[in-house]
Design a protein around this ligand. Sequence first.
Ligand code: CO
Length: 218
Amino acid sequence: MLELQDLLRNNRDWAARKLAADPQFFSRLQHQQAPKWLWIGCSDSRVPANEIVGLDPGEMFVHRNVANVVVHTDLNCLSVLQYAVEVLKVQHVIVCGHYGCGGVRAAWERRQFGLIDNWLRNVQDVAEHHHDHLGGLTGGTRAEDRLCELNVLEQARNVCRTTVLQDAWRTHGAVTVHGWIYSLQDGLIRETGFRASRREDVDRGYHEALESIRTKQS
Ligand code: CO
């Protein structure tokens, strides 16, 4: 079992390894942050953003919360998005959910954990919005998996609907929003099919991805 001191020792070892491989690594990062990607993912400890896409520090701006939710009143998420798009000028915003998400499961089963229930209400809204489709599925796991995918789709569309993306697309335009989903089972990311590079892409991308999620066999 790891103790707190082990974390600090691991950190020293990691820094030493980085320096040995690239003596300029930290001095370069200290003076510049120019990530191309913004990742909006789940806080789940099994979905470490940089690691699963093989990126080093400095390469990806990251926002994580329980069940990768994007709501228009969340100043935290909106600030990250605004800074990433307008100041860092990321080229891609990736909303990445994951199968087996505890937050999605809690929302689906309407379990109560306290304060977080209010946050997960956003995912319950997604479930209610797609009630007809989800209710027609057989087997709890399948519906839960579909809800994980639908949640990615809804949250990716929410990103597109923010003033940040709307303004970016109206002015310089060079940012694309993607909806991805990660599998804890095999460590692989799948695309939901949602991708939007301009305002006109959003509705079409949403409906195409929705159709592909709905007609899935497994
Ligand atoms: Co999760």
